[in-house]
Ligand binder design. Structure first.
Ligand code: SF4
Length: 484
């Protein structure tokens, strides 16, 4: 990995006020609409001068805005470890006011200790807003297995827990959530994971990239129903015709375009590139204004390549925030723009509430949708019942205890310590990324994992919770990493 030399002199920015002296947090707390622009750590072989030039222009552009609070979100979540060190990159770009920006720290091929170390480094440099993520896997990744560690992932929940314990007083920790899930199990599994993250110290949230505003409102309502009101920033991606085609082809895990929206985008792409861009700018305005009406604290933009583009986008967002005087007026414009488009990737179209995006829900909630959980097979129910009876305390006994039963009934892979009772008797070792506390971003729209092409293991846990009518465990119990 290439190390970058700081082109300008380092200006130390000492801050002894803990999270209080934090511009990003202050703006969220004061309800100022915040726009984050995602900045990827460049590949390790990028010339330091080039990387610095693009980044510092972007930093200057966002810092100069006065109508909206704008800042950068540095990330290596798609590329670590082939990218420049994200803390080093961000430190080089941002010479001052580092507490206005945020840093994603990816768990891809980073151990918990390495994440702790990176967060400590970030804090020493003056960054205070950290979002640990598990990190993206690619379909072609060789994931770790019992034959040796290849690509591995540290779960974001465990990183949050550790950072909160180590440096909670000085760090403002956030998390990501993907509300764009359209099957009952995928949707509830995301919400449950989110609740755990809040328990582990996340105090703000950033949504995955998506276009379905009903899902943002659904998420806000789900959290409100559980008594959780933390600032949420909606994710929006600036599309090019080529990138839109990649998403349509399912090549971007976790990002969904409904068939109706795909048709609309293809029609837009048939005209000139200027017209395509104009359509995306209007889409951004509809999204930004909608996010604000729905109670989001801001948005995060991805695929912004130049400072000049960022300047245009920020100006358009500022205009959009002033364009509509009330939600009803906004809704009229939304309906005019999207017409009767179905934003759900049907046939998958689960929403936890009825009547979303029809009005604002501030004090009361919309009607809860009736939910039909896919039933467990008789074989699975019996298997789990036996596991409960025979291995209900397996997490406090040596892992070798009742090994044969665990192998037979749960596909046990001999972890150093057993977590079955903490994970609804579904062995987390069955997950290719070894996630134990909630689904990753690789769930396909139909609920299947991109690696196994089978149902994500967390769907099984949701069905178990539904059968027991007890969701508390999947929202509260944190299963540790085994180090396997
Ligand atoms: S089983 Fe679920 S959590 Fe594990 S990698 Fe697949 S989609 Fe992600």
């Amino acid at each position: 990995m290439k190390s970058m030399k700081t082109p300008r002199g380092i200006q130390l920015e000492l801050n002894f006020n803990g999270v209080e002296g934090n511009r990003f947090k202050e703006h969220l707390d004061n309800g100022n609409f915040t726009v984050l622009i995602e900045m990827h750590s460049p590949p390790g072989n990028t010339k330091a001068e080039d990387a610095f030039e693009i980044g510092s222009e972007m930093e200057y552009t966002v810092s100069a805005r006065t109508k909206v609070f704008a800042s950068l979100a540095f990330t290596d979540r798609w590329s670590y470890p082939d990218a420049m060190d994200v803390v080093e990159y961000a430190s080089t770009i941002c010479q001052q006011e580092k507490d206005r920006h945020i840093l994603f720290l990816s768990g891809r091929n980073r151990s918990l200790d390495e994440i702790r170390h990176a967060a400590g480094h970030a804090l020493n440099e003056g960054f205070r807003n950290i979002v640990p993520v598990s990190g993206r896997s690619r379909k072609e990744d060789t994931l770790r297995d019992l034959n040796g560690r290849k690509t591995f992932f540290t779960e974001s929940i465990l990183s949050l827990q550790a950072l909160n314990k180590d440096r909670g007083k000085n760090l403002h920790l956030g998390t990501v959530v993907n509300p764009y899930q359209y099957t009952v199990c995928s949707s509830l599994a995301q919400t449950s994971k989110f609740m755990k993250k809040a328990l582990c110290g996340a105090t703000f949230a950033i949504s995955n990239y998506g276009w379905d505003l009903k899902k943002l409102q659904e998420l806000r309502c789900s959290l409100f129903r559980r008594g959780l009101t933390i600032p949420l920033l909606g994710g929006f991606m600036m599309l090019t015709p080529d990138y839109a085609e990649e998403i349509c082809a399912g090549k971007v895990p976790g990002v969904r375009l409904s068939p109706d929206l795909q048709v609309m985008l293809r029609q837009e792409a048939m005209h000139s590139s200027a017209q395509f861009e104009a359509a995306q700018l209007r889409r951004l305005q509809i999204h930004a204004a909608g996010a604000r009406f729905l109670g989001c604290s801001g948005i995060i933009l991805s695929h912004v390549s130049t400072a000049a583009q960022a300047e245009i986008l920020l100006r358009r967002i500022e205009e959009a925030l002033e364009e509509f005087s009330c939600f009803e007026e906004y809704l009229e414009a939304y309906n005019e723009y999207y017409g009767r488009l179905n934003m759900a990737p049907y046939p998958y179209q689960f929403y936890a509430f009825n009547d979303l995006l029809k009005k604002l829900y501030t004090a009361e909630l919309p009607e809860i949708a009736s939910v039909e959980f896919p039933e467990q097979t008789l074989f699975t129910s019996l298997r789990i019942e036996l596991l409960e009876k025979l291995c209900g305390n397996a997490h406090i006994f040596p892992a070798s205890e009742r090994l044969f039963t665990k192998k037979l009934l749960a596909g046990c892979r001999s972890c150093p310590s057993c977590r079955l009772p903490l994970t609804s008797f579904v062995c987390p070792e069955r997950c290719p990324k070894k996630m134990a506390n909630g689904p990753c971003g690789n769930v396909q729209v139909d609920g299947r994992c991109i690696h196994t092409e089978k149902e994500c293991i967390f769907a099984e846990m949701i069905r178990y919770a539904a059968e027991k009518n007890d969701f508390a465990a999947i929202e509260e119990i944190i299963a540790p990493q085994t180090g396997n």
